[in-house]
Write a protein that binds this ligand. Sequence first.
Ligand SMILES: [Ca+2]
Length: 131
Amino acid sequence: MRRDKGYLFLATVLACLAAWHHSSLPSALDSCPVSRPSVIACASRHLDANRDRRLSRAELQGAVDALPWHKRGAVKVIGGVAAIFAKCDADGDGYIDMRRGGDMDKTTETCLARCYKRTAFQGAFFPDCNL
Ligand SMILES: [Ca+2]
């Protein structure tokens, strides 16, 4: 009898956790202070040196190299230039296309998908940008 109550309690706790998890998921996604479209717009404004709406390896590496030492850790969180290209350059042509229908539209699941990566990226390169 006592054991049955224990299982019932455990099942109730698990059901509550599952309900909480599901109900909190959309709000958790919404509550990220740094939206993906904003990061893309800010990257376009601040990192795209030649204004072709694509980020080349040279542009991104140049931005990384220009960071003060105390912000280099944020780049490690993101994984460095090679990791960014692996996740964001969908067609592998060496440019991260930020135009409509380009690489950034095709990599919503892999590129700057997580809030902490967007926050780290924004904090490193354009902390005051909000577009
Ligand atoms: Ca590309």
